[in-house]
Design a protein around this ligand. Structure first.
Ligand SMILES: [Fe+2]
Ligand SMILES: [Fe+2]
Length: 254
């Protein structure tokens, strides 16, 4: 099945979409993760936003391919944060693969197991994924624990207990913050497009002003209409003040 112009998902295509899988050093674990994606990954995972409410999460993960991009960011954050944790002796080098596998799988069923009846984030997606993976795969308990605890003290899953679980949660948490545009190396074509469409602060400012201007024009039109109908008059000076207030994004001009 072609998923909204994405090539059919096979092993090669999976590596194109998530080259991070190659970083799992343990052959058996890497193959297990590949199998999970090929056999159980819902098609929505590659298309849906990271946040269905439009709240939280950086702007470029709130639209198409958002959950996919979020997953790659979380992977990169985990890799980066893990370096310092290993240096400090808080986690062991050989635990890293569990974290790599889990961070790729942590939001696999963010909108529930298919077939699902809505298109929203499930607040228990941590527990749903951990239970499903525990039932249907031979993934190690360490990976299941990481998936289950990835939301920290929120949602249904358990609270992180080990250093690795705390680190894994922090990696997911940090890239879910609204202003965290964590860079990912070599994004594929579809994600490059999404990232490149991200608006700069200046563009946001301009859009905000245009929106205020539209509001001001609408207000002015309403007042005109009001006057034309002869049902009342607005003092032109007051109107000017209101329009100028709206055009300036809610700031009074002295
Ligand atoms: Fe999640
Ligand atoms: Fe996440």
């Amino acid at each position: 099945m072609i998923e909204n112009n994405l090539p059919e998902l096979d092993r090669e295509e999976l590596h194109r979409r998530l080259p991070e899988i190659r970083k799992i050093e343990d052959n058996e674990l890497r193959e297990q993760v590949i199998d999970v994606f090929l056999q159980h990954c819902p098609s929505y995972f590659w298309r849906c936003p990271a946040s269905s409410s439009g709240n939280h999460h950086p702007e470029d993960t709130r639209g198409r391919h958002g959950l996919w991009l979020h997953t790659k960011r979380a992977f990169q954050a985990f890799e980066d944060l893990a370096r310092t944790e290993i240096e400090m002796g808080r986690i062991e080098e050989d635990e890293l693969d569990y974290g790599r596998a889990a961070i790729l799988l942590h939001d696999l069923f963010k909108q529930g197991l298919p077939p699902r009846d809505d298109h929203h984030t499930r607040s228990d997606h941590d527990r749903v994924a951990a239970e499903f993976l525990g039932r249907e795969t031979e993934l190690p308990d360490e990976v299941l624990g990481l998936v289950d605890s990835h939301n920290g003290a929120w949602n249904r899953g358990k609270t992180p207990e080990t250093e690795l679980e705390r680190l894994h949660h922090r990696a997911d948490y940090i890239v879910s913050r609204e202003n965290c545009f964590y860079e990912i190396p070599d994004p594929c074509e579809e994600l490059q497009q999404v990232v490149s469409e991200r608006k700069t602060e200046e563009e946001h400012d301009i859009l905000g002003r245009i929106s205020a201007l539209n509001t001001a024009v609408e207000a002015s039109n309403l007042v005109d209409e009001f006057n034309l109908q002869g049902q009342g008059k607005v003092n032109p000076e007051q109107l000017e003040k209101v329009v100028s207030y709206a055009v300036n994004g809610g700031e009074n001009q002295k």
